[in-house]
Design a protein around this ligand. Sequence first.
Ligand SMILES: NC(=O)c1ccc[n+]([C@@H]2O[C@H](COP(=O)([O-])OP(=O)(O)OC[C@H]3O[C@@H](n4cnc5c(N)ncnc54)[C@H](O)[C@@H]3O)[C@@H](O)[C@H]2O)c1
Length: 352
Amino acid sequence: MRENNNILKIGIVGCGDHSREHMNAAKAVPGVRITACCDIIEDRARNCAEKYNCVAYYTDMEVMLKNEKLDAVILCTWPMQHLEQIKKCLSMGIKNILCEKSLTLSAEEALSIWEMVERNGAFLMEGCKYRHHPAIHKLESILSYKDIGKVDSIRATFSNYEPEENLDEGIELDWRFRKECGGGVPYDWMSYLVNACNHFSGGLPTRVFASGNESERYGVINRIYGMIEYDNGIVGIIESSKDANFSQELQITCANGILRLPVAWGIYGEVKITQTHRKQDWGYILTDTYEIEEANAFILQLRNFAEVIKGREQPVIPLKQSITNALTIDALVTSMLEKRIVTMELSKDFNK
Ligand SMILES: NC(=O)c1ccc[n+]([C@@H]2O[C@H](COP(=O)([O-])OP(=O)(O)OC[C@H]3O[C@@H](n4cnc5c(N)ncnc54)[C@H](O)[C@@H]3O)[C@@H](O)[C@H]2O)c1
C-alpha cells in the first residue's frame, strides 16, 4: 500500500447519482481522501471535482490511473462495466478496489474476477452498504443467542411501483432500464435479497427456482420471485417487483421467534427490529422490540474498506461471499428465463 502522510488516496470512477454517497462518506472518514474522479461525461467529472475538492478530474480511467498515485479505487459505474474496470485496475497496479453492487452480470464473469483478484493478491470488496449498518449487526447478534433457536427460513423483499409508461422518453434513460448496462431488478434490488439470504442462511446454495417477467418495452427483468435451497436445509425466499408497492423487508424465521427488519437495504434514520414469538397458549403473540441507533452505512462501509487496507480489520463482505452471490443471481435469472429448477454446484473454495 502507498500512503502519503497516512492519508489513503482514492480515485472514483463514475460520477453519477450514487457517487455522492461515496464522496460525502469520504468527508467523514478520517485518513481517507477521494483525490481524483473520472466520468466519460466531462461536465459530471468536473462538477464532482469542484464540489468535493478533488485534486484532478478525468474522462478516461486509464489516464487517471496512470497520472495519479492512488492507493485505492471506487468503481461506481454500471454493473456490466465492473469486470473490465476491475481488470484494468489490477493490470495498472491498483490493489484495493471497492466495487458497487452488483459485482458483475454472470457466473462466468464472477469466477474470472475471483481468479484475477487471487492471482494479483488484491483486495476487492463489493459495495453493499446495508451489511455495515448496526441493524444488521444486531440481527447477527440476536441469531447468535441460543434462545431464538435455529434459523428455518429467510424472506427478503425489495419492490416499488414504477410503471414504465411514466418514464420520460425525452431524457437519458436510467441504466436500470437499459439491458446493455445490466439494468433490471436482478442486478440491482435483488442483489441485496440474495446477499441477505446467503449471509443469514450460513450455508451454500444448492438449488434455486424463480418466476417473473421481462419488460416488453426495455427487455429487462422487472419482476422476479424465487426460492433458494441451502446445503444446511434453510430456505431463502426473495421477492422483487416494479409492479408492487414499496417494500424493503428482511424477515428471519427461527424455531423460537420471527425477526423482522421493516426497511433493511436503505436505512435512513432510526429503525426498529421486532421479534415476535408465541406464548404457550395458541394465538398469543408477544413482540419484543430492539431500537437501533441512527447510522450512515456508507460511512461505515468506507471506514471498513480503509481499515482493511491498513490491515486493522477484516472485510465485512469477503469476496468469496460476493462471488457466491453473483453465482446465485445468475442461477435465479437462468431459472426464471428457462422456467426450470437450477442446481448449483459450488466449489469448496466458496465454503464459508
Ligand atoms: N449501494 C447503493 O445503495 C447503491 C445505490 C445506487 C446505485 N448503486 C450502484 O452504483 C453504481 C452506479 O449507479 P448510479 O445510479 O450512480 O448510475 P449513474 O448512471 O447515475 O452513474 C454512472 C456514471 O458512470 C459514468 N460512466 C459510464 N461509463 C464510464 C466509464 N467507462 N468511465 C467513467 N465513467 C463512466 C456515467 O457517465 C455515469 O455518470 C451501480 O453499480 C449501482 O448498482 C448502489
